[in-house]
Ligand binder design. Structure first.
Ligand SMILES: [Zn+2]
Ligand SMILES: [Zn+2]
Length: 333
């Protein structure tokens, strides 16, 4: 191929060459923005957590997080009472986990950056119950996210596909009984996410702790902190900038892999990983129906748009099994 003149290729493949010029990724670059690590889902003794809000907020501050949402079940844990912990490096964003169920199926919707307590909402259908909770969050200009869809095997693709006005979906939750990976006839959350993306739902995937246990033993069967988080690329550490970036998909979800830079140019998506000791890294680029489009080793991975993709997302995995999930980049035509 390299001996063929470019004009000969253009003459031979005029139609195949067209989609590349007509389709492109929506532009995005984290260069010049700050990276802010945070957890949007955690509990305190104000609901069913084992530690008071002050201690929970302090745990995250001392472990390198820049922001935290205390999301107690149907309780507004006001961060104003913890003002002594907040400073220019650490932000507490008010929140709540709207918690209800329908026919024994749990419906939990997080409310981020809300001004006061919101009442959990009930409806006669599963879809209606989710939607009413999402809408209650929007009504106070908060940002909703739908939690642990596989908890109680409650929320499948058929119902999630019909929810409106929600942009965020948990694809990793650190609680031990939420079935992130699916099993038997139930798909894992990444497969659910790809199904929704493939059916034109623009959803961004988040990782959270859903931590309840800050005391005693840290063990896989306990809901301890530090398991899943998001890192947001924003202009500053304030709730408005973080919420705007979250809803625009300008962040990644992680269980340990740290990214240096994300860059979407019209024809290429580039992921740069920050290396840690002698870990090795593999980045997979994933598209329609969860198909792995390319697999690239090393700390820098690029995917050139081939034409025909509807979205491309990336997942970096290190040699210890930790991951970073890059949000889907959509292809405009
Ligand atoms: Zn929950
Ligand atoms: Zn929870």
């Amino acid at each position: 191929m390299r001996f063929v003149q470019w004009w000969a290729l253009a003459l031979a493949f005029p139609i195949a060459a067209m989609p590349l010029s007509a389709q492109q990724f929506s532009r995005f670059d984290t260069q010049g923005l700050g990276w802010y690590k945070g957890n949007t889902h955690t509990h305190t003794s104000a609901s069913d957590g084992d530690s008071p809000p002050e201690q929970v907020a302090r745990w995250y501050k001392e472990h390198g997080y820049q922001f935290l949402v205390l999301s107690d079940h149907n309780v507004f844990t006001d961060p104003a009472a913890l003002a002594q912990l907040a400073d220019s490096t650490y932000l507490l964003i008010p929140g709540e986990e709207l918690t209800t169920s329908l026919a024994k199926k749990p419906v939990h919707v997080n409310a981020l950056n809300i001004p006061h307590a919101i009442k959990e909402q009930q409806d006669t259908t599963l879809l209606g119950t989710i939607q009413r909770n999402v809408d209650a969050v929007r009504a106070v200009s908060g940002v909703p996210h739908i939690n642990h869809p596989n908890f109680g095997w409650a929320l499948d693709t058929a119902v999630l596909a019909r929810v409106e006005r929600d942009r965020l979906l948990e694809i990793f939750n650190g609680h031990p009984t939420v079935h992130n990976r699916g099993g038997d006839d139930s798909p894992g959350l990444e497969a659910v996410w790809d199904w929704l993306l493939s059916h034109d739902r623009r959803l961004y995937g988040i990782a959270v702790d859903d931590a309840h246990h800050f005391q005693g033993e840290f063990a896989p069967d306990r809901a301890n902190p530090g398991r899943g988080w998001i890192v947001v690329a924003a202009s500053g550490l304030n709730a408005a900038a973080l919420m705007e970036a979250l809803e625009a998909g300008q962040f990644y979800a992680s269980t340990g892999v740290v990214l240096e830079r994300l860059q979407a140019e019209p024809g290429q998506l580039t992921v740069t990983i920050r290396p840690r000791s002698n870990f090795k890294y593999t980045t997979e680029f994933i598209g329609q129906d969860g198909a792995v489009l390319a697999r690239v080793g090393g700390v820098q991975a690029a995917y050139a748009l081939r034409g025909g993709e509807r979205y491309v997302r990336a997942r970096g995995t290190d040699s210890g099994g930790a991951m970073a999930w890059v949000q889907p980049v959509f292809v405009t035509r």
